[in-house]
Design a binder for this molecule. Sequence first.
Ligand code: NAD
Length: 489
Amino acid sequence: MPASINIYNDTLSEQFIDNAWVPSKSETHRPVFDPYREIRIAEVTCGDPADVDAAVVAARRALPGWRTTPEAKRGEYLQAIAAGLESRRQPLAELSSRNNGKPLAEAYQDLDDAIACYRYYAKAAVALGQRQGKVEDAGQPDLEARHYWDAIGVVGLITPWNFPLVSSAWKLAPALAAGCTVVFKPSEITPLPEQMLAEVVMEAGLPSGVFNLLLGDGEGIGAPLSRHPGIDKLSFTGSNPVGEAVMRAASQGVRPVSLELGGKSPIIVTEDADLELARDLVMAGICYNAGQMCSATSRLLVHERLADDLYAAIDTAMAALHLGDPLAAETDMGPLVSAAQRDRVQAYVALAAEEELYSETPLLARPKRGFFVVPRLYRKVPTTSRLWQEEIFGPLLCARRVSDDAEAVDLANDSDFGLAATVVAGDPDHAESIARRLEVGNVWCNSEQLAPPQGSWGGMKCSGIGRELGDSGLDAYLELKRITRPIKY
Ligand code: NAD
C-alpha cells in the first residue's frame, strides 16, 4: 500500500483488495477537487470491471472464515475500527471538510457519528451471538423450533459524497457485524476520507479479503459491482435513477437490495409553534451541509398566521450566515461539493426567475472563489413547480402558507418521496398527532434532525427500500433460518 497516503496532488491508482493496495486495471483517472479553493487535490482511478472481479474473488474466499468467526470476536474488530477512526479524528475531519466542502464542525460531527455507529454494531454483534438458537413456538407440542441468523454473504456497498464516512459506517458496521464480507465503493467525488478507512481497517487486523475498497466511478466500478453474480446483496445510497439501475441489475439472480434514495422533505410549522424554534429548525434543515442532505426539509408549510413573521426571521438568519472557507472557525456554510452540483442548483435559481418566484432573502456576497450557492427562501411556490416537486440538493427553501393542519398534512404527503419530516408545534403531543399522519420514515417533532445508531433510517415511496441503523440495519445483512425438530425427552 502507499505507506501513508499523500492526500494532496496524489494519484490514487490502487485498489484495496485482500488487505493490500494493488494497481487498478484502469488507466484512466478523474480529478478530485477542493470545492472551496477550486483546485485539484488528487487524481483518482476510474476503476475497471476487472478490479471488481478481483475484489469479489477475495471477498468470496474470505467469507467462510468470517461468517463463522464468533460474533463477539467480530465485535472486537469493529471496536478496533472505531478506535482507529478516533485516533485519526482530526486529520480525517480536516480531509473530509477539504474534500467535501462542509464546515469543519460538521465534519467532526460526521466522524463522531461514524465512530458511534461502529461501536453500536460491535455491541450488536455480541447480542447477535447471544440470540442464536433462540427457541420459538413450533406450532406443535412434540416439536421445537429454533431461530438462527446467518450472514447473507458477499455484499456490494455503494455510497454518495454528501456524508463521507457516515454513509459507509451505516453499511460497513452492520455488514461486518453480521458476518458478511464486503466490496465497498465510495463516491468518486469524495474518495479521500474513505481511502483512509482502508488504513484503519488494516490496522484493526481484519482478516484478508473481509473488507475490500474499490475507488472509481459508476461506469468503472458501480455498474459492474451491481451486476456481478458473485455479489449476494447490494446496499446503495444515492440518487433515484442510479438506485433504479442498481435494482434492475440486482434482479438478475434475485439478489436483495437496500436502497436509500432521494427526498423532498416537508417541515410543518403550526399556528401555536414557537417562532424562534421554528426558525432554527428550518435553518438547520436547509442550510446544514449547504442543503446537500437527502433529509433536507426543503418544503416549508407554515400556518398563515405565523407565515410573515417566520419568513422575515428566516430571511434575516440566512442573510447573517457566514459563507467561506470550510476549515475556518467562523464559517457557517461551505461551498457545494462540485462545480456540477453548483450548476445543478443554480439551474433551479434560473428556473425560479423564469417562473417569477418570489425571494426576498437579502443575497449574501459570494466568496471570491468556491462552488457556492447563496441560500434563498422562495415564498408562494406553486405545487406544480419543479422547485416544489424535485430534490434540489442545495440551500433553496420553498414555502407555502397553509390554513390548518389538515392542509399541511395533505401537501406534505403530496410527493413521490417519503424520507423524513419535521413538525414544529406548540406542544409535542400536537406535533406527534401530525407526525402520525405523514408518509415518511422519520419525523422529528420540535427537535433537530437526529440519526443515532440505535435509531432507524430509510424512506417510504420513492425514497427507498429497507432501513439502516438499529436492529433493522443489522437484519438487512442477515438471513433468518428456522430449524424445526422433535423435542428429545
Ligand atoms: P449518485 O446516485 O450519482 O451516486 C451514488 C453512488 O453511485 C456513487 O458512488 C456513484 O459512483 C455510484 N454510481 C453511479 N452510477 C452507478 C451505476 N450505474 N451503478 C452503480 N453505482 C453507480 O448520487 P450522488 O450524486 O453521489 O448523491 C446524491 C444523491 O444521494 C441524492 O439524490 C440524495 O438524496 C441521495 N442520498 C440519499 C441518502 C438517504 O439516506 N436516503 C443519503 C445520502 C444521499
